[in-house]
Design a protein around this ligand. Sequence first.
Ligand SMILES: *Cc1c(COP(=O)(O)O)cnc(C)c1O
Length: 404
Amino acid sequence: MSHVMNTYARLPVAFVRGQGVWLYDESGKQYLDALAGIAVNTLGYAHPRLVRALTEQIGRVIHTSNLFQMPLQEQAADRIAEITGLDEVFFCNSGLEANEAAIKVARKYGHDRGVAEPAIIVMEKAFHGRSLATLSATGSRKVQAGFEPLVQGFVRVPLNDLEAVRQVAANNKNVVAVFIEPIQGEGGINVSRLDYLRGLKEICEHNDWLFMSDEVQCGLGRTGKWFVYQHAGIQPDVVPLAKGLASGVPVGACVVGNRAKGVFKPGNHGSTFGGNPLAMCGVVTTLDTVKDEGLLENAVKVGDAIRSGLASALGGLAGVTEIRGMGMMIGVELDRPCGEIVKTALARGLVTNVTADNVIRIVPPLVMSEVEGRQVVERLAPIVREFLQQPADATQPARAAAAR
Ligand SMILES: *Cc1c(COP(=O)(O)O)cnc(C)c1O
């Protein structure tokens, strides 16, 4: 019996090695990776520059403490300030921690302005993490159920609905921030309209609210710009980051600027591991490599190749509701739950994932080539076709069982 706590339904494959966008299991079988450890492995596997930098860093020092100066943390923060256009970076170790810091910044910002019970506008279907505050901000009952009482102070509205936000603005004087995942990952690759993001920013400006853009999954180059808000030409006040930030070394960052600059003072927040030299080496090397290898341009080129390939192979097929996304963050929505596609794909040497029950999620390493992108399409398209050709009963076990 396994002593690992049973919090994940794990697939029966153990990857023991990787190279580029290719993974290998214990038997030596090769898999094409269209998942990147859930949008984490920016540089794929065993990238020589990352391997060298991390190896050398481990030989020097892994951890000291935030009680002391850390030149590598300064370097990482400088780079993040440059690409975000913001001012201050708090380093932590995961996405939920980055979001927890963002929520604390918003509350502190409210209290500093005399709002005793600050509230944050959040979106339906959003995912912000699994700590008590971040699961309360998350728009999924599945994530929240069993952990009530929830943290108070969140007001929920539908994504892409400015009128709903205006109504809250008119009726709730406690609101101090809007918190949005500009492309929802776990929620099913739901893309915010750019005019919606601009409208939201305007409302924030008008009301002196913080605009907080959770770019933990969609940020860091995946969409062809460093951040999704840059597609809309706007500047947020708070940007939580994690997943792809160090290509797999655990790290998170809460980046602030504009209205949120200077909100946290010494003693307001902290993390023992946060920003340690090993993680910072991962950040600096990842960001420099993304820049030097032109991976933003690559995300556009290869993402377009995958999306257009999938559109011509699957578009218009009965059962395919929509193919959507931006750059290398792509969702194929089917009209029925399709979790079993993940297993079929694995058996045929393709690593992918299904989120929100019926959306195939494609978030490959940013180092994927166009040829490899086409291979993703060549492997995935027939699997989807075959899946949709099965009798409806066989593809809808949950609904069929419920009907019985
Ligand atoms: C994954 C994710 C998180 C949580 O990150 P963890 O590192 O798992 O805590 C938060 N927000 C978004 C948008 C995510 O995709």
